[in-house]
Ligand binder design. Sequence first.
Ligand SMILES: [Zn+2]
Length: 167
Amino acid sequence: MPGGRLNLPHSKFALAGESNQADRSNPPPRRTDDMADPTPTKPGDPDLKSRLTDEQYQVTQCSATERAFTGKYWNTHDDGIYRCVVCNTELFRSEEKFDSGSGWPSFWRAAAGDRVKEVEDRSHGMLRIEVQCANCGAHLGHLFDDGPAPTGQRYCINSAALDLEKR
Ligand SMILES: [Zn+2]
C-alpha cells in the first residue's frame, strides 16, 4: 500500500484516547464482543424485573441461554400455543414442535405472520441467527438449518422465553 498509511473513513479512530463529548450522544451500534458484558443491550420495561423470574429476565433481556434439559418445555408434548413470556404474542404452536434431542424446545416453523425476527448474532466467536420476538424484541433462542422436513429449520428456543397456553 503506498506510504503504508491507512485511510480511515472516520475520524473516530484518530480520536481514540481523547475525551470526545460528541460521541457520547451518539452511542455505537450494538457491541459484538459482548461475551464479558452482562449489561442488557435493550432498554427494558422497569417492571419487567418484578414480573418475570430471574431466568426469564436473563434470557429475554440479556440473551442468556438456559441449561439444556432444565427448562420447563423441552420435553413437553401438550397441545397449545407458545406465547412470548414478555408480551404474550403467539410465537410457536405445539403442532410444529419436535423432539430435537437438544434439551431445548424446538420448532420447525414459527407461528404465521412474522411473529419472530431473525438477527445475525456474532457473539461468542460464532456466527448464528438469533431469534427474537418481533413484537417486543425479547431474545428467544437461535435458528439452525438442521431441522426436519418440510422446512429443514430448527428454532432452538429457551423455555424461559415461552409461556404455553394449553388447549
Ligand atoms: Zn414478545
